[in-house]
Structure formats: structure tokens, C-alpha cells
Design a protein around this ligand. Structure first.
Ligand code: TXA
Ligand code: MG
Length: 321
């Protein structure tokens, strides 16, 4: 059910859930201090309780009330990339509920950029926890319609149009003792963006693209997530599309094969990706395939391929079959 900005704010104030637009994907939001609403998020998303939530704050000042003695590095990361699609994980304050952090000692915070969620956050006395507004393990929503497809008619949704960026935020964990900045989930802020940040603001730091051991079973980073309704297959080939077609036809003769076409611009591809995965899933026996070649692996492509590989039911290296 679509609601106005004022209704969304009053629902959140009294402890209800509201789906809100962000620049990355739509989120399913609740007040951080409302245990019952947070429990309800886990329930309606069918999300396991071991998967922690991201806290969405209006500004750095508010964020710092939820981190325990934030390091200078955390300050610098927030200054450099907020508001925007960067989520920072650091030690949490005691008053943050275990429900939010899945009993971890760390908390993930981001300061979103979308003007609508910013208007909501500005009007509320506390920040909002908000996972993506989809059922656990499935494709994230980038329009209000997508949110409506996953939940009951009664869920309040504030429609802010299609998400401009289309992929989830990058999640980082700065470890000052080890002088390392870990990328826990690739996203809209690229490795290159973080490298430039380090060069300028923290030259002694090393960037790690592998999560440290203690973070490795975080669900967003599990090997199967973001699943489309139709099975998706990745065909890796540099110049052998014909062979790939034949291979797929032989393997899945009864399916309707549909190609997911990526744009040459990774920004455009990211923006379209989740809607394409949904659209191509429509109909009986649909099967989605996408070609991967060596040209598109850098920058924002890392996040795009991370999601596609997690969504995929199979990966075939055609040139080496
Ligand atoms: O762009 C986004 O980040 C979107 C929009 C709505 O803000 N949110 C989002 O939330 O993608 P969600 O719940 O779908 O993914 C959050 C992921 C979790 O699955 C987990 O991997 C990671 O964030 N996370 C949250 N808290 C963490 C923590 N304390 N330590 C490590 N990872 C954490
Ligand atoms: Mg999610």
C-alpha cells in the first residue's frame, strides 16, 4: 500500500514498518529502538536471526552515537563517502540491541543519499534499521512495485521511483590494529574509489578484498544469495557464443532461454540488473543466461559479477569445455 511522506513518518514513529526508497535498493525500515518492529522485519522477510541489519543514519553526528569510540579512520570514511552507498562496520555501543547486530559486537552503519529517506530520517528522533525490502535470498527491489510483489498489500511503501544506482552499498570493515581496510561486500563504491581514499587519507592502510575469517559467513557474502525466480547461468567465453548457445541448448532443451544483456556502461548495467532478473524470470520454464568475458571485470563490474555469481545456478567456462 503506497503512503505519503507524512504517513510514512507517523507509522515509523509509532513503531510500524515502512518500505523506503534509497539510492541503492529499497529498504524495509523500522526504528532502531523498537524491538517488536525489528522482530517483524525478520519475520516477514523470512530472514534468519543470524543475519545482522544495517543502521541508516541521517548524518555522522547521529552515527557516532551508535559506534563505540569511533576511530579517526571511521570518521574519515564517513566524511569521504557519506551521504552515499558506503556501509561502515565498527564496534557498537552497548545500547544497540543484539537483534540488530545478530549478537555481534560490531554494527554496520550507512548514511543514505536518496532525498526521500533523508527527509524521513531528518524527522525521526532515532535512526532506522533497514535490510533490503525483499524475501531473504532473493533479488533486491529497485522499485515500489518490486516491494509490493514480495509482501502483503498492507505493508506501507513510500514510492520514490526507481533506485538510481541499483546495487547494494559497499560494506567495509576498518581494522586499525592490523592497519587494514576489508571490503566485506563489493558494491557501488568501488575498490578504486577506496584506493584513492587510502592514498589521500590513510597511506599506511592496506585494502583487502577478502573478508577476514571472523566475517566470512556473513549471509550477504554467502555463495548463494540474490536468486532470481528463473535459474540463471553464466557462460564465460571471449569469442565462442555459438558454442555456448549449443552447449546450453543441449543441457536444457526444455527451457525458454533468455539472455540477460549487460550495457557497456557498468552504471547502467547496475541500475538495470535486478529489474532484468525479475522480468526475464516471468513465464513458465524460463532460463536466464548471461555472457561473461574478460573485458568487464574492473571497477563497478566487480559488484555486478559478485551478485550474478551469487544468483547463478551454474557457471560454465565455455572456452575450456
Ligand atoms: O544498500 C544497502 O546496503 C541496502 C539499502 C536498503 O541500504 N541494504 C542492504 O541490507 O543491502 P541487507 O540487510 O540486505 O544486507 C546487509 C548485510 C548483511 O547481510 C550482512 O552481510 C552485512 O550487511 N552486515 C550487517 N551488519 C554487519 C556486521 N555487524 N558485520 C558484518 N556484516 C554486517
Ligand atoms: Mg538483502
Amino acid at each position: 500500500m503506497k503512503v505519503t511522506l507524512d504517513t510514512a513518518i507517523s507509522l515509523l514513529l509509532k513503531g510500524d514498518l515502512v518500505a523506503l526508497p534509497t539510492e541503492t535498493v529499497y529498504g524495509l525500515a523500522a526504528r532502531v529502538d523498537c524491538v517488536q518492529a525489528i522482530e517483524n522485519i525478520f519475520k516477514i522477510k523470512k530472514r534468519p536471526s543470524f543475519d545482522p541489519l544495517i543502521l541508516h543514519c541521517y548524518n555522522k553526528k547521529q552515527a557516532l552515537n551508535y559506534f563505540f569510540k569511533a576511530s579517526i579512520l571511521v570518521h574519515k570514511l564517513l566524511d569521504a563517502f557519506s551521504p552515499g552507498p558506503l556501509t561502515v562496520v565498527a564496534k557498537k555501543q552497548k545500547h544497540v540491541s543484539d537483534l540488530v547486530t545478530a549478537s555481534k559486537q560490531t554494527l554496520a552503519i550507512r548514511i543514505p543519499q536518496h532525498p526521500i529517506i533523508r527527509r524521513v530520517l531528518q524527522q525521526l528522533p532515532v535512526p532506522l534499521v533497514a535490510p533490503s525490502a525483499n524475501l531473504y535470498g532473493t533479488v533486491s527491489p529497485v522499485t515500489a512495485q518490486h516491494v509490493m510483489q514480495s509482501f502483503s498489500q498492507t505493508l506501507a511503501i513510500l514510492d520514490g521511483g526507481p533506485s538510481e544506482q541499483g546495487l547494494e552499498s559497499t560494506i567495509v570493515y576498518p581494522d586499525i590494529n592490523k592497519q587494514k581496510l576489508y571490503i566485506l561486500r563489493p558494491g557501488m563504491i568501488t575498490k578504486q574509489d577506496l584506493e584513492s581514499f587510502i592514498k589521500k587519507e590513510a597511506p599506511d592502510l592496506t585494502l583487502e578484498t577478502q573478508a577476514p575469517h571472523s566475517f566470512q559467513n556473513a549471509p550477504g557474502s554467502s555463495s548463494s544469495h540474490y536468486k532470481s525466480k528463473a535459474p540463471l547461468y553464466i557462460l564465460k567465453t571471449d569469442h565462442n557464443k555459438h558454442k555456448a548457445q549449443n552447449f546450453l541448448l543441449q543441457k536444457f532443451p526444455k527451457h525458454k532461454h533468455k539472455e540477460l544483456l549487460l550495457d557497456a556502461s557498468p552504471q547502467i548495467s547496475a541500475r538495470r540488473l535486478y529489474a532484468q532478473m525479475r522480468d526475464l524470470s516471468v513465464g513458465d520454464k524460463s532460463l536466464i543466461f548471461v555472457y561473461q568475458n574478460q573485458n568487464n571485470s574492473e571497477g563497478l563490474w566487480t559488484a555486478i559479477w559478485d551478485r550474478l555469481h551469487k544468483a547463478a545456478s551454474g557457471f560454465y567456462d565455455i572456452d575450456n569445455i
